[in-house]
Design a protein around this ligand. Structure first.
Ligand code: SF4
Ligand code: SF4
Length: 181
């Protein structure tokens, strides 16, 4: 039984002498290519040129620090539980005396990995976080040659201690607040 009423029977007719030369088909193809030279281009010269993203674009994650530079994440695991792709893994550790400036709470993530090949950039980890410790940013995931390079650990996820190099998440933060009302 036919799966659709729009099926079309294709007849393989014998090619004429001109068709067998392929020259008319090549000229026709070149004509189409040439006509596109003068049309508005839909592509851009990435990475020199970049498209303007939505202010709430969901790109690479960042693990945030507080105003004093301490890591906000308490390794509660809620982001990992919320992640539909099971992309997040972490190992929790207890803060030791003298480490108060490094970690905001008594517990912190000694190891925090996101497998970017699994991640679907849905933002549920960000929504689940009670400590405003993880945000998605407008940064793009760079291409790479090995799978291991796509597992991002704290060395690449955690933002810099330098206050000038902090990643601004204020737009996503306000978006989160508005969408949770
Ligand atoms: S953005 Fe979605 S898929 Fe990616 S780590 Fe967060 S919850 Fe998981
Ligand atoms: S990022 Fe947020 S939700 Fe995930 S473990 Fe850290 S504090 Fe918990």
């Amino acid at each position: 039984m036919a799966l659709t009423t729009r099926s079309k029977v294709v007849v393989q007719k014998k090619m004429s002498f001109w068709e067998q030369l392929y020259i008319p088909a090549i000229l026709k193809g070149m004509g189409i290519t040439f006509s596109h030279l003068f049309k508005r281009k839909v592509t851009i010269k990435y990475p020199e040129q970049k498209r303007v993203f939505s202010p709430i674009y969901r790109g690479l994650h960042v693990l945030k620090r507080d105003q004093e530079g301490a890591e906000c994440c308490t390794a509660c695991g809620l982001c990992a539980v919320a992640c539909p792709a099971e992309a997040i893994t972490m190992v929790a550790a207890e803060r030791q005396p003298g480490e108060e400036t490094l970690y905001r709470e008594e517990k912190y993530a000694a190891k925090y990995d996101i497998n970017m090949l699994r991640c679907i950039f849905c933002g549920l980890c960000e929504e689940a976080c009670p400590k405003e410790a993880i945000y998605l940013t407008d940064r793009l995931l760079p291409a790479n040659y090995t799978r291991a390079e796509f597992v991002w650990g704290k060395d690449r996820l955690l933002e810099s201690c330098d206050s000038d190099k902090r990643i601004d998440v204020s737009v996503r933060h306000s978006y989160q607040k508005e969408s949770s009302i």
